[in-house]
Design a protein around this ligand. Structure first.
Ligand code: G4P
Length: 525
């Protein structure tokens, strides 16, 4: 197959959700459909969040398991599907944001009883920033949930996207009868058996005919009314609006009961985009370009002390990736070749000889890569769009063992390259500051410094509100700001100016006092 055909048949996406909405269950059902796994329970990474938050070792252990499920590739018909897993635990939200830079679309899972939840909102903000196409799956229809119209309002208002119901539910909870598929024009009946639930599909050509009454009884009239309203209120499905991230098709179902999942998957492979173009600092890279390019969006360290290697995850953006071929590591200006690049098929890993745009390749790394690094066949380009977000938790990090100062510095450098946390240096006192989005990362860093680098660190509290990057066309303005805010100025790893606001008030007051200075809440500006 040639490059263009390989690109056309790929779908690379992530399933995102607020914890407990059913992301793991849905992912598993998708894999079952693809024949990639044969028993439920194979996708465990998300169970991480179910452990006590203080038990980070347990979490790290499970993160180890999750390497295998970081990417789940499978074939469905002639389509190659790559699902990128995202951590469920909110302290690892930044991992999720970065993973979203490597996908072409997402499926959002919503709990029908809870509607839009806080984590869904944050994740959707990131999707909106990038105009990522979104399909919504409203889950748990077998439980008593909100009225479907209320849910639609909630989705539309909170997620700020036009919704287009592709299926429509008939009842919910104990009275859940099934879903009407507006596009296939059939009724999927939800039949509760003794032990399991089975779906029965009925073709309905005439919504006003007796066939509908036969299957739905008293619910038929309500469905007819609902569908008329739906038609009046919501736009028809528009492929380009969906691809531009302006319209989100909505499906209803129950992942646990494997109900409504096939419809979702079939529609997904029809409408979801194949690998897209990516922006670099220098130019737009199209997937059909013959030469390889890609970027590292995730680095996973091995927690086993006998195997110190890390896996860097490369998203291929253009051309064909080949094993044992020299590629330019743009930041280091050096060529590297990879003897054992890994592809991920469901819960298995295997060495690959070639891979295509949209695919994710795992590269064994001994410390050469950091998040955002670009690989090419020689061209100097830099992929954009791997932002760091403003951390909100801060601590000074101190060296405990003076003889091992170098190990500590190296450990901090590498762990922050991996994206575990962000490292800053206070401009006034030269002390190192670690900033994170979740409290767990402090424990992870301390543990890993000791066990992987033989360095001991301690923390000192630093009660700050937020770090933000500042810039202005007028250098004197920045100088004046720094003079006033000297104790709160820091430098990030790229040498940029970062304001460590001590409170919401201090930030607002500074913004007011220095109107020409721009305050950025993600590192990409
Ligand atoms: P997450 O990855 O989004 O965090 O959610 P996960 O799939 O782990 O699902 C969270 C809980 O919701 C699980 O129950 C799961 O079985 C249940 N669930 C998922 N889909 C449905 C559905 O369609 N209907 C109903 N009724 N429940 C659903 P749990 O008891 O927390 O875990 P488990 O012991 O069943 O694994």
């Amino acid at each position: 197959m040639d490059l263009e055909q390989e690109i056309k048949r790929r779908r690379t996406f992530a399933v995102i959700a607020h914890p407990d909405a059913g992301k793991t269950t849905l992912t598993e059902k998708l894999l079952l459909f693809g024949g990639a796994i044969h028993v439920a329970g194979a996708v465990k990474s998300n169970k991480i969040r179910k452990t006590a938050t203080s038990d980070f070792m347990e979490i790290e252990k499970q993160r180890g398991i999750s390497v295998a499920t970081s990417v789940m590739g499978f074939e469905y018909g002639n389509v190659k599907i790559n699902i990128l897993d995202t951590p469920g635990h909110q302290d690892f939200a930044e991992d999720t944001y970065r993973t979203l830079t490597a996908v072409d679309s997402v499926i959002v899972v919503i709990d029908a009883a809870k509607g839009v939840e806080p984590q869904t909102l944050k994740l959707m903000d990131v999707c909106r920033m990038r105009s990522t196409p979104v399909i919504i799956f409203v889950n748990k229809l077998d439980r008593t949930g909100q009225d479907a119209f209320d849910l639609m309002d909630d989705l539309e208002q909170q997620l700020r996207v036009r919704v287009c119901p592709m299926t429509w539910p008939v009842g919910n909870g104990p009275a859940f009868k099934g879903v009407y598929n507006r596009y296939e024009k059939n009724l999927e009946l939800f039949v509760s058996g003794e032990k399991q639930t089975i779906a029965e599909s009925v073709k309905i050509d005439n919504l006003h005919g007796s066939e509908l009454d036969k299957h739905l009884g008293e619910f038929a009239g309500r469905l007819r009314e609902d569908l008329e309203l739906v038609q009046g209120i919501y736009p028809v499905f528009d492929l380009s609006d969906y691809r531009d991230g302006k319209q989100a098709p909505v499906f209803f179902g129950s992942a646990l009961n494997n109900f409504g999942v096939r419809e979702l998957l079939d529609c997904f492979i029809d409408i979801a985009p194949s690998p897209k173009s990516f922006e670099t600092e220098e130019r737009t890279v199209r997937p059909e370009e013959p030469k390889l390019s890609g970027f590292i969006f995730k680095i996973h360290a091995n927690m086993d002390p006998n195997h110190r290697d890390r896996i860097a995850f490369l998203r291929i953006c253009s051309g064909k990736f080949r094993r044992n071929t020299n590629y330019l590591h743009v930041r280091l200006g050096k060529n590297f070749k990879f003897a054992n690049p890994t592809a991920f098929m469901a819960d298995k890993k295997s060495v690959v000889d070639e891979a295509w745009p949209g695919d994710i390749v795992g590269i064994y790394d001994t410390g050469n890569f950091k998040i955002g690094d670009t690989l090419t066949e020689g061209e100097t380009i830099h992929f954009r769009g791997i932002p760091s977000f403003s951390p909100e938790l801060f601590r000074y990090v101190e060296n405990v063992d003076p003889i091992r100062y170098k190990q500590l510095a190296k450990g901090l450098e590498q762990l922050t390259d991996e994206g575990v946390a962000q490292l800053f240096v206070n401009q006034a006192n030269g002390r190192k500051i670690i900033g994170t989005v979740g409290a767990l990362q402090f424990d992870v860093i301390q543990y890993r410094l000791e066990h992987e680098y033989g360095a001991l660190c301690s923390y000192q509290p630093l009660p700050l509100y937020k770090a933000c990057w500042i810039e202005s066309p007028d250098k004197s303005e920045i100088d004046e700001f720094k003079r006033r805010k000297w104790p709160f100025m820091a430098t990030d790893k790229e040498g940029r100016n970062v304001f460590m606001a001590e409170s919401h008030y201090a930030l607002a007051a500074s913004q007011e006092k220095f109107p020409n200075i721009r305050f950025h809440f993600s590192s990409e500006f």
